[in-house]
Design a binder for this molecule. Sequence first.
Ligand SMILES: *[C@@H]1O[C@H](CO)[C@@H](O)[C@H](O)[C@H]1NC(C)=O
Ligand SMILES: *[C@@H]1O[C@H](CO)[C@@H](O)[C@H](O)[C@H]1NC(C)=O
Length: 365
Amino acid sequence: MFKLAAAFTSLIALAAAQTVAEWGQCGGIGWTGGTVCVAGTSCNVINAYYSQCLPGAASAPPPPPTTTVSSPGGGSTVTGSAPTGLSSIPASTLTQFNNFGTNPNNVAMYVYKPKKVLSSPPLIVASHYCQGTAQAYFQGSKFASLAETYGYVVIFPSSPHSGTCWDVSSDETLTHNGGSDSLSIANAARFAVSNWGVDPNRVFAVGTSSGAMMTSVLAGAYPDVFKAGIVDSGVAFGCFAVPGQPEDSWNSQCAEGQLILTGAQWAAKVTAAFPGFTGTRPKMQVWHGTADTTLYPQNFFEEIKQWTTVFGYPASPVSNVTESYLPGGYSNSTFGPNFQAILAQGVGHTVPLFEQQYLQFLGIA
Ligand SMILES: *[C@@H]1O[C@H](CO)[C@@H](O)[C@H](O)[C@H]1NC(C)=O
Ligand SMILES: *[C@@H]1O[C@H](CO)[C@@H](O)[C@H](O)[C@H]1NC(C)=O
């Protein structure tokens, strides 16, 4: 015990001594690396899990979404039966809804409707990371505040599992209409189309970490429901599979980037999830950091093999460029109109959210 404590102390001392490069991670829950940024940069809190060395002086932590958004902890969350139409959902308030269809694990489902909603609005389903909740992702992202600008609807599912990771490992969740968490989320999206007038051609999934893995699952198993997926620091569809084990199992082989398959093998997993499907696959955008030690960066390259094969795109990008609105060290590789992969040099787990860029990819902004 004392030895362990001593080891930790020296580890912390060691970590503090390391200088973190520009754009590198310098803090966050579970972070054991360096916390001192290289000269000319300073450590900025991006979210509870991620602080980053950015050029210039430290800025204040990001403000809560907007002042018009009621705090979900403030007693304004309404719990009740399913709204039968968009008009029954209170505006600009994170609101729980029930009775949206089969919900095997009792996933809690929340909706955010802005003050002004487009007619036939797009829907974004935003799935949180492990240890997260619908409320935490709602507060820590701009998906809700940007809905006020662009008039789309957001669903924030909340994981029922201890540790609040998503089930991205069971046969049920990896199979179209097979059950578990992915079915609940797909059913909530279907409910939004049937009852709230959401445009079925603009139903999108985004997520971070475990929520990114869930986004891959939704894109693979429910291509009829989701028209696009944005995967922030996740893995390929099926990579986390642990058949015969409890739902929501950890797959360290995949996490550590040791599950290396061919594009054809990865694509076969997607096809097997919904064998009868002949429609258009959701367009995909994946983001990953090269310093990710939770879901190793090899997963980025496995995702590329998977989706380029699914789309029949070349294995190498047709363009790989830096973008003026992204930090230095970020490269945007385009493989075809429906697949882009952004690699962030020196960024750990997870890549910070770039909501405005996501909205462009989704055709909302
Ligand atoms: C794009 O270019 C960057 C910088 O040279 C490189 O690190 C990255 O691996 C490339 N991305 C892809 C997908 O080839
Ligand atoms: C990546 O490049 C494509 C093609 O130019 C562009 O449409 C897309 O917006 C870019 N994505 C990001 C995140 O910069």
